[in-house]
Design a protein around this ligand. Structure first.
Ligand code: UDP
Length: 476
């Protein structure tokens, strides 16, 4: 994978100077870089990890409602960890009375459906009211096991971080946290008229940043945001790129894919895949398409989500208003297998988001040999190799998007496709799990070091001391 780390040149260099202790998880074989599996402090492997994913189940259909990239991430990393002998138990909130208390997803991967609050109709923004009930469920599940059941807690999204922090204190194991998105980042780049994240989310995120033993981010850009917006200690941050299932997402016959989806054979197709909400800016793609010649079709796959739920038919109305309804096709949320056909059917996949922590869709499309036109925000400049596997667009002016789309559709499709496959090959869930296990190893080593120094006897003073030391730039 082309490294983005300062040791190996590229744009990481300046960043590394400003954040001297961030750990590379790039897998780079250059002599100065420690591969995650070879790093001296990654020798400790957990036997069992408690993964907390309060607001959305890894078993939910991604691409609609609250389910998206995080669900895919949690499930795929759990499966790949279990394949290496590290057991994973995922705690999520039960959202149906039919949810069994536990689901054995695969050998070594167990989903625990915790009953906390009403099964249905509980908005994500009301979930903080149920965190106490959820945490009680998590602690009770652990109390039924032998002591020392989990070696590490990994929380995903700030709501889970709030739960993980208590579990960590109760179980005396380290807390590793992945924010996935930050309120401050989302609010700084809202679509016109979109609702901002509530201020209390940022407060909750700050608490979790302060409490977590290690923080995992998708890209260096996210690390920079955690440091600048939440004063995170750079020495506790690990950069671990998400992956893609390179066995499922492969290039294939475009004609067959279009036939399977009932899409016309003779048109150019630009696809949007994901949750339909203003943040993801599918409207920008429609407005751009209206500036392109007839013969360019837009395919939109996914379901309403977030503030998009308030107006689920807004894209249909917009296509009508723009006079392009006859060349826009809507597909419901697709299974992984069907999604492969969507990517293969498209000449180009568009990711016009206002903010994007990484953008799994971009890498999945490229793995299928489809180039990507993406907004130059968040993790997308990592997910897309600008000028090789697609293009990055600054801003959201439909004219700029139409221009970039037209240029890509006119380019050498074979060369773009080969570059896309090549770029995607650098991202795999195995590689992600290398980085996660290295981070867990560091967390466990640091945590046992703290315990050996006796500081764990007084948890409160340990925390206060660590924060004090961090403020002085000293690693506790
Ligand atoms: N997805 C899916 N079916 C759909 C639409 C999306 O399975 O119909 C999946 C997609 O394959 C990707 C995830 O949802 O893995 C979206 O992740 P991404 O990082 O692009 O966006 P997020 O949802 O995290 O904002």
């Amino acid at each position: 994978m082309p490294t983005r780390w300062g040791h190996c040149g590229g744009r990481g260099t300046a960043f590394r100077r400003s954040l001297p202790d961030l750990r590379p998880a790039c897998g780079c074989k250059d002599s100065g870089v420690r591969h995650p599996r070879e790093s001296s402090d990654a020798g400790v492997l957990p036997r069992r990890v408690a993964v907390i994913s309060v607001h959305t189940s890894p078993l939910a259909q991604p691409g609609t409602g609250d389910a998206g990239g995080m669900n895919v991430y949690v499930l795929q990393t759990a499966l790949h960890m279990a394949a290496r002998g590290v057991e994973v138990e995922i705690f999520t909130r039960a959202t149906s009375s039919a949810d069994p208390p536990t689901v054995a997803v695969a050998p070594g991967v167990l989903v625990r459906n915790v009953v906390a609050g009403p099964f249905e109709g509980l908005d994500k923004y009301d979930l903080p009211t149920q965190l106490c009930a959820f945490t009680a469920g998590v602690l009770r599940a652990e109390a039924n096991q032998e002591p020392g059941h989990y070696d590490v807690v990994h929380s995903h999204y700030w709501l889970s971080g709030q739960v993980g922090w208590l579990a960590r204190d109760r179980w005396a194991v380290p807390l590793v946290h992945t924010a996935h998105t930050l309120a401050a980042v989302k609010n700084a780049a809202l679509a016109d008229g979109d609702a901002p994240e509530p201020p209390l989310r940022a407060v909750g995120e700050q608490q979790v940043v302060d409490e977590a033993d290690r923080l995992i981010v998708n890209t260096e850009e996210e690390a920079r945001q955690l440091v600048s917006l939440h004063h995170a200690d750079p020495a506790r941050i690990d950069v671990v790129n998400p992956g893609v299932d390179l066995k499922t997402f492969t290039p294939g016959d475009r004609g067959a894919a279009r036939a399977a989806l009932g899409l016309p054979a003779g048109e150019k197709i630009v696809a949007f895949v994901g949750r339909i909400q203003p943040l993801k800016a599918p409207d920008v793609l429609l407005r751009a398409a209206a500036l392109l010649p007839a013969g360019v079709r837009v395919v939109i796959a996914g379901g309403a989500s977030g503030s998009g739920l308030a107006a689920p038919d807004s894209l249909i109305r917009l296509a009508d208003e723009l006079g392009i309804a006859d060349r826009v096709s809507f597909l419901p949320p697709q299974s992984r297998e069907n999604l492969v056909n969507v990517y293969r059917a498209a000449d180009l996949v568009a990711v016009p988001s206002y903010s994007e922590s990484f953008g799994l869709v971009a890498v999945e499309a490229q793995a299928c040999g489809t180039p990507v036109v993406a907004a130059a925000v968040g993790g997308l400049p990592v997910a897309v190799a600008d000028g090789h596997s697609g293009s990055l667009v600054d801003g959201h002016d439909p004219r700029d998007w139409a221009e970039s789309i037209a240029a890509l559709l006119d380019s050498d499709a074979g060369a773009l496709s080969r570059a896309a496959v090549e770029h995607a090959r650098g991202f795999s869930w195995d590689h992600t799990v290398d980085g996660l296990l290295a981070s867990y190893g560091r967390a466990m080593a640091d945590y046992s070091g703290i315990q050996m120094r006796g500081a764990a006897r007084d948890l409160a003073s340990r925390r206060a001391g660590r924060r004090w030391a961090m403020r002085r730039g000293v690693r506790a």
